[in-house]
Write a protein that binds this ligand. Structure first.
Ligand SMILES: [Fe+2]
Ligand SMILES: [Fe+2]
Length: 179
């Protein structure tokens, strides 16, 4: 998606920050529900998922701090992201470790693409503070995506519909939040 100047009252940098903030809430819920199931069925995955969760909590705080500095508000898609996150974490957990990794890979791939588009836009409009905030989480999200890939996130062909559905949903909530 190409990020452009906003036509509404809320400027694009503010929108980017609130959409990302909502996305982090969604990610927190994905990893929380996956950790819940992994503790019962796939204990070896728990440390990795917990490290992802810690990253997402830190990201949430970073975006919220920057939103507050600009007197911004929570995104209209905040609770939709939260609910979607739980649902994706739940469904992917039912499909086992490859399902969990397919979810991670699919979500984080969409996220990384968007972050890169956001950075391009924020550089053009010279919003250094928002740029630095987005930039500071990019490496973590790339790492999440790569872990998902290495641990078999794309290896099961039967999970292609799951990956597709997750990509479409993630892309959809981001676009909805940016409107
Ligand atoms: Fe994150
Ligand atoms: Fe992430």
């Amino acid at each position: 998606m190409k990020y452009q100047d906003s036509k509404s009252k809320i400027d694009t940098p503010k929108k980017i920050l609130k959409v990302n903030h909502a996305g982090e809430f969604g990610a927190i819920n994905i990893y929380r529900s996956q950790i819940f199931f992994s503790k019962i069925f796939m204990k070896d995955l728990v440390p990795l998922l917990e490290s992802f969760l810690e990253d997402e909590k830190r990201h949430l705080e970073l975006f919220w701090d920057e939103i507050k500095r600009r007197n911004g508000i929570k995104c209209k898609s905040y609770y939709l992201c939260g609910l979607g996150g739980y649902a994706m974490g739940f469904i992917s957990s039912l499909l086992g470790r490859k399902g969990i990794m397919a979810c991670t890979w699919a979500v984080e791939s969409v996220v990384v693409d968007h972050l890169k588009g956001q950075l391009l836009y924020l550089m053009q409009v010279n919003d250094t503070q928002a740029y630095e905030t987005v930039k500071s989480i990019l490496d973590d999200e790339i790492n999440h995506r790569e872990e998902g890939l290495q641990k078999g996130g794309t290896s099961n062909v039967f999970y292609q519909p799951l990956r597709c559905a997750i990509s479409v949903f993630t892309e959809g909530v981001i676009r909805f939040g940016m409107r």
